[in-house]
Design a protein around this ligand. Structure first.
Ligand code: ADP
Ligand code: MG
Ligand code: ZN
Length: 502
């Protein structure tokens, strides 16, 4: 069999029987600074093309870059949160290449003097165990513009009739975080890759340095994958799958590359070092460009910028601004609430954890807060087709509704109606309760009057109850609930019905 007529993919178990996968993750994060890395242009996503540009980010002759201090501080905080050493003195470097989305013909990046080096990130796998990912470096650079290829079927340059360029993104601050080779994960390599990107995303979010939206490209992941025969001590040739745009896709792309490379190697072929494109639609990858080496880029220190030389005081001040790390916070909350791993995982998967925490912070008991967000509110989000966090109700409003239930002002049924009114935009819960007179009727004499009325209207049922058929009381309770528009405590109504018939 030759490499050409080999099957495209080797079965996953067969890959693992012969080979050890090695991974390397490169994550680019767009920083959430208001302005670009080397000029004062705004960075807002989605603006009209080429409305957020200036001579610096368009690379016009005579323009000079100036470093964005806020971006450097964010990069240092990222480095510290990843347990890296912060370089006391480091220069930017020019990475020279031509591409139309890069008007200067070089990208300002960092090469051998990155801002942060030698760290690690402990990530939690699905079974609760921890995996340590070593971080090689985190460096600062600027983003490129965006090309839009028009006229083809795929949106790629092949087959397009012309291309449009938008330089709004050119010069947006990026931090690239690069791992050391990840070895020894075996069958769990795809899971480790996904868990790493998930943990990194959560960390960057907690640091508040980026909106970390993979769908909008503010978090972009390239996955390097290679295979080596089990027991070998030299890594195989890697491929680099670019811009994998969701957490799930990270896992799918790594697994696919393992099976594809396995098939090539089993057929006696060789892996070529290249970039590959991931296809969201069918989970496959296809060849991109042959990989350049660092020499190709002719890196040299950027002569137009001062070196970045953060003082020890600055670094320590920034260390003091690090938030509680997401996984430590999660463990603390779990202990406080006394709930199982499973409950926590469900909350995280439902996107409810932060909402529940905020609801508890607003004064609600944790059990009630959890129950509202994962049941009634989750249903509402589901029917509207939106994320839980995008429902038009705040944790403080949910806490208010819960307070009304806890102090007996509302029963659960009316509380759900109240939530519906809040979701409909009628205002604050306390205003709606007054405006709609939603308070539970606890005046027994009023309830008694309704009970008497319902019994009179249903003499046959009243008779049944009197003769001991207690179950028949349900119909009377239902009528009273209807007459009071649900604003009664059904248990109390039932007591009054049974008393009246005894
Ligand atoms: P490049 O400039 O080619 O993108 P980087 O050094 O930025 O290279 O990133 C390469 C990534 O791949 C790093 O995470 C590195 O640890 C990892 N890596 C290096 N060699 C291998 C290999 N043989 N197999 C898998 N990953 C590798
Ligand atoms: Mg790289
Ligand atoms: Zn600009």
């Amino acid at each position: 069999m030759t490499a050409l007529d080999a099957p495209a993919l080797l079965a996953y178990d067969d890959v693992l029987a012969t080979y050890e996968p090695v991974l390397g993750m490169e994550v680019h994060v767009e920083l959430g600074t208001g302005t670009k890395m080397f000029c004062g242009c705004p960075t807002a996503f989605g603006a009209e093309p080429n409305t957020q540009v200036c001579p610096v980010c368009l690379g016009l002759p005579g323009s000079l870059p100036v470093v964005n201090e806020a971006a450097v501080e964010s990069a240092i905080r990222i480095g510290l949160a990843l347990n890296c050493s912060i370089t006391p003195w480091g220069r930017f470097a020019r990475k020279n290449y031509f591409y139309p989305d890069q008007p200067k013909n070089y990208q300002i990046s960092q090469y051998d003097e990155p801002i942060a080096t030698d760290g690690h990130l402990d990530v939690v796998l699905d079974d609760g165990t921890t995996w340590r990912v070593e971080i090689e470096r985190a460096h600062m650079e600027e983003d490129t513009g965006k090309s839009l290829h028009v006229g083809g079927a795929t949106g790629r340059i092949h087959g397009a009739s012309h291309s449009l360029l938008d330089y709004n993104r050119a010069g947006v601050p990026l931090v690239e975080i690069v791992t050391r080779p990840i070895t020894g994960a075996g069958a769990r390599a795809p899971e480790v890759a996904r868990a790493y990107v998930t943990a990194l995303r959560d960390l960057l979010k907690a640091l508040d340095v980026s909106d970390v939206r993979m769908d909008q490209g503010s978090l972009r992941c390239d996955a390097n994958v290679s295979l080596m025969p089990i027991g070998a001590d030299v890594f195989g040739t890697r491929t680099e799958t670019k811009n994998v745009n969701s957490l799930k896709s990270v896992e799918v792309a790594v697994r696919y590359e393992m099976c594809r490379q396995g098939a090539v190697l089993e057929a006696g072929g060789e892996i070529v070092q290249e970039t590959r494109h991931f296809h969201e639609s069918d989970g496959t990858t296809s060849p991109g460009r042959r990989k350049e080496t660092a020499e190709d880029y002719r890196y040299f220190p950027e002569p137009d910028l001062e070196p970045v030389a953060p003082s020890e005081e600055l670094v320590e001040r920034l260390r003091g601004t690090l938030p509680e790390l997401p996984w430590l916070r999660r463990a603390r909350i779990q202990a406080e609430w006394e709930v199982s791993d499973e409950v926590m995982r469900d909350l995280v998967n439902a996107g409810a954890l932060d909402l529940v925490i905020a609801t508890v912070d607003a004064g609600a008991p944790s059990a009630a807060a959890r129950s509202w967000w994962v049941s009634y509110l989750a249903q509402q989000a589901n029917t509207r087709g939106v994320e839980l966090a995008d429902l038009p109700i705040t944790p403080a409003q949910v806490a208010k509704v819960i307070e009304f239930v806890e102090n007996g002002t509302l029963n659960n049924k009316v509380a759900r109606q109240l939530v519906d009114h809040v979701l409909a935009g009628e205002g604050e819960p306390e205003e709606i309760v007054v405006a709609r007179e939603m308070v539970v009727e606890r005046d027994d004499s009023k309830l008694q009057a309704e009970v008497d009325k319902a019994l009179e209207a249903n003499p046959d049922i009243a008779e049944k109850i009197r003769s001991g058929k207690v179950a028949a009381a349900g119909k009377i309770v239902g009528d009273v609930m209807k007459a009071t528009r649900g604003q009664a405590d059904p248990a109390r109504v039932k007591e009054l019905v049974l008393q009246a018939c005894s």
